[in-house]
Design a protein around this ligand. Structure first.
Ligand SMILES: Cc1cc2nc3c(=O)[nH]c(=O)nc-3n(C[C@H](O)[C@H](O)[C@H](O)COP(=O)(O)OP(=O)(O)OC[C@H]3O[C@@H](n4cnc5c(N)ncnc54)[C@H](O)[C@@H]3O)c2cc1C
Length: 363
């Protein structure tokens, strides 16, 4: 594609009034793959636990597909003698989407959660539709989940869920989006560009058609719809399985993210910290950029991210780290001096390996 001066996409503004807004979360990464299955625990008869956790850096992206699978697992495990009632544990994206689809089955549902949705990891997410930093054990299941999720998000565009179709520019194949292209051929388009459409970033690259899901809008909408339908949210913390089994509901849908590590003794759960700098919103920006570090322009903020920290002393955001993320992006897109990313940045390999199930994906 030939780019002429004037055909450049708008350059983000990196000038803003300090202090920089900076947030962090711990991605619920599970080394053996995200968990979507049924357990019949020993103890009180007739209790069924449907697990839905461990989605790492891809929970927003996989949410509707996993919720659809949860609905199927619940349907297959209803007690024929009844009555059936559902406890959804967690009010992050996994809990809220599962509760939304389960509500359609006409069963009584209660959400139990330590924190309201505003204080979950889901509320920290950047919001690109891309299965990044996630392992999976079953390629067929991943394909189904990706296809259902993508279709559901696309169908919600323009309906107040904070979802839009956006191009994402990269200088090398984006690992997570390449995974989608291999597992679900034809789902997302990619164009190769001889020059990216940026004034200060004159290099070859790629344009992917992906989705931007704005977590503050999406989660609020899910929560409001559930509240409007009379689904109660009970603030309650569970320390261990025995606490969970004391619930009166016979069907328990476990969407506790990192919480599953202690409640269910799942030592495959390894948190991966991510930090985001939030610049003031810039509505003229309509594209995503990702390479080493990413930029997602949302209605509430321009999100600058790109950290994936396996070892961290604190889950809290570090303003110095976030400033470096911004300085790096300014060096890439804003014509500023080149600034290396801080330790812990996401590494995008230029040559993609032949990816196999259970691999760790970064993106
Ligand atoms: C910086 C960053 C950027 C990200 N960007 C993206 C992105 O662009 N796209 C994408 O798809 N994903 C992204 N993610 C990943 C995404 O945020 C997670 O995969 C997703 O939030 C997981 O959702 P969840 O509902 O499983 O967990 P959570 O949102 O953590 O929710 C867990 C729920 O369980 C409750 N809970 C936990 N323990 C207990 C307990 N003991 N008792 C009672 N309740 C409990 C919590 O209070 C909470 O309500 C990002 C994550 C981070 C940190």
């Amino acid at each position: 594609m030939a780019i002429t001066a004037g055909a450049f996409l708008p350059t983000p503004s990196f000038t803003f009034t300090p202090p920089l807004r900076c947030i962090a979360g711990v991605r619920p990464f599970r080394t053996s793959g995200f968990r979507l299955d049924v357990e019949r625990p020993a103890g009180p008869a007739g209790k069924v636990i449907v697990h839905n956790y461990g989605h790492g850096g891809a929970g927003i992206s996989l949410s509707w597909g996993c919720a659809s699978k949860v609905r199927g697992l619940v349907r297959d495990n209803l007690s024929p003698s009844g009555p059936n009632a559902v406890a959804v544990l967690g009010s992050g994206v996994m809990g809220l989407t599962a509760a939304t689809l389960l509500r359609g089955m006409g069963l009584p549902i209660t959400i139990y959660t330590e924190h309201p949705w505003t204080c979950t990891t889901s509320a920290v997410a950047g919001g690109q539709w891309a299965p990044s930093i996630v392992n999976y054990a079953d390629r067929g299941q991943l394909k189904e989940v990706l296809e259902i999720s993508h279709a559901a998000f696309k169908a919600s565009i323009g309906n107040g869920f904070g979802v839009s179709e956006r191009p994402n520019y990269t200088t090398a194949p984006a690992e997570a989006l390449e995974l989608v292209r291999r597992v679900c051929p034809g789902l997302i388009a990619r164009r190769e560009l001889s020059r990216l459409p940026f004034e200060h970033h004159a290099v070859r690259g790629f344009e992917y058609q992906t989705l931007l899901i704005e977590p503050p809008t999406f989660l609020k909408r899910l929560n409001d719809d559930l509240a409007g339908a009379g689904v109660p949210v009970v603030i309650r913390s569970f320390a261990r399985l025995t606490d969970v089994l004391q619930l009166q509901e016979n069907i328990i849908v476990n969407c506790t993210g990192m919480g599953a590590k202690n409640i269910f003794n799942d030592w495959d759960m390894q948190g991966r910290k991510g930090q985001l700098a939030l610049l003031p919103a810039q509505p003229r920006l309509q594209y995503l950029y990702s390479k080493k570090g990413y930029m997602f322009p949302r209605a509430d903020a321009v999100v600058i991210g790109g950290s994936d920290e396996k070892v961290f002393a604190s889950p809290a955001a570090d303003p110095i780290f976030c400033q470096k993320l911004v300085d790096h992006m300014k060096g890439v897109l804003g014509g500023g001096p080149p600034v290396p990313l801080p330790r812990g940045h996401i590494h995008y390999p230029d040559n993609l390996p032949d990816l196999a199930p259970r691999e760790v994906l970064t993106g």
